[in-house]
Design a protein around this ligand. Structure first.
Ligand SMILES: Cc1ncc(COP(=O)(O)O)c(C=O)c1O
Length: 323
């Protein structure tokens, strides 16, 4: 996603022109990966831009920061207001939002606890895997890189340095001509894709795993589970064995950037009929309605960005959200 189309970035408490959102090369995060981030989406709706599941993203942001002792010197309310300001100032009706908190400059030793810096970036969304992938499905490979488990680093934290694992898997998959990498965990079960969770459809049942499989607790994953359950589909959360791919009728990935991405083939072997399956298609449609405020059952997932008449302080109508 080239960062070319956003004029403004929120950085350490204020909106600054994009070219001015800079940090020092001595920043601890550049040396040791001590940053935490989120990927959030804002969708265009009949009532203007709306951010999807913002409180849940803040929960994970603060939880990731706590793991690495990073202090985010803003409240959720301040970050929410900042996000609204950023969207409005950039004039976006929809966008991808990237909050980032990282250890800044100070001492260089790995043990040092430098003051943190906080940024929120936004740019017009470009799909993680572009083009016709959402319709035709992607070709995935089982990565030779395994997903680290909780005895190495907590897979539930969305921390910058941890993404070198995803990067190796993605680059390897791409060098071998695949669209996506599926990572096995230390037990040899399916963990997740490089930046997305995995679902299988088997005999009409929806199956996914959880954080005990060394997967990130995906907010899209949780949303799909909720939507499927509301539709009366059987959902099973548990181990996904590698061999389950052989008998899966459908496989799809979920993530903020990917949304719902059908997998049509794994290492040259077709999944089901080798295209997007009917349950994947149905869930894509339901998810697309939910994120655009067209399904009242999930209206509480959206925070609408509002600017007060007269151009006063922008805010989100978090009162309308569940929490
Ligand atoms: C490693 C990993 N797994 C899963 C996901 C999907 O999570 P979410 O649906 O919250 O975007 C992501 C994306 O954030 C990710 O980076």
């Amino acid at each position: 996603m080239p960062f070319t189309r956003a004029a403004w970035i929120w950085f350490n408490g204020r909106l600054v022109p994009a070219a001015e959102a800079n940090t020092h090369v001595a920043a601890h995060a550049l040396h040791y990966g001590t940053g935490v981030f989120e990927g959030i989406r804002c969708y265009s709706t009949d009532r203007g831009p709306a951010v999807f599941r913002l409180p849940e993203h803040w929960d994970r942001f603060f939880a990731s920061a706590a793991v690495y002792g990073l202090e985010i010197p803003y409240t959720r309310e301040q970050l929410t207001t900042a996000t609204a300001q950023l969207i409005l100032r950039n004039g976006f009706s929809y966008c991808y939002i990237r909050p980032l908190c990282f250890a800044g400059a100070g001492l260089l030793g790995i043990r040092s606890q430098n003051p943190s810096e906080t940024a929120i970036l936004a740019w017009p969304q470009v799909a993680h895997v572009g083009g016709e992938a959402a319709e035709k499905g992607i070709r995935a490979t089982i990565s030779r890189w395994r997903k680290f488990d909780a005895s190495i680093m907590p897979p539930t934290a969305k921390a910058s340095g941890q993404y070198l694992n995803s990067l190796l898997a993605e680059r390897d998959a791409s060098a071998r001509g695949f669209d996506e990498a599926l990572l096995l965990n230390a037990q040899g079960d399916l963990a997740e894709a490089a930046v997305a969770n995995i679902f299988l459809v088997q005999g009409g049942r929806l199956r996914t795993n959880d954080t005990s499989a060394s997967a990130l607790g995906g907010i899209t994953q949780a949303s799909i589970v909720a939507i499927a359950q509301a539709e009366g589909l059987a959902v099973e959360i548990g181990r996904l064995r590698l061999a389950d791919l052989e008998t899966a009728d459908e496989v799809f990935l979920t993530g903020t950037a990917s949304e719902i991405l059908p997998v049509r083939e794994v290492d040259g072997r077709a999944i089901g009929a080798g295209g997007r399956g009917p349950i994947t298609t149905r869930l894509q449609r339901l998810f697309a309605q939910a994120v655009r405020g067209q399904d009242p059952r999930f209206a509480h997932w959206l925070s609408y960005v509002q600017s007060e008449p007269g151009g006063a302080k922008p805010e989100m109508n978090l009162a309308e959200t569940a929490r």
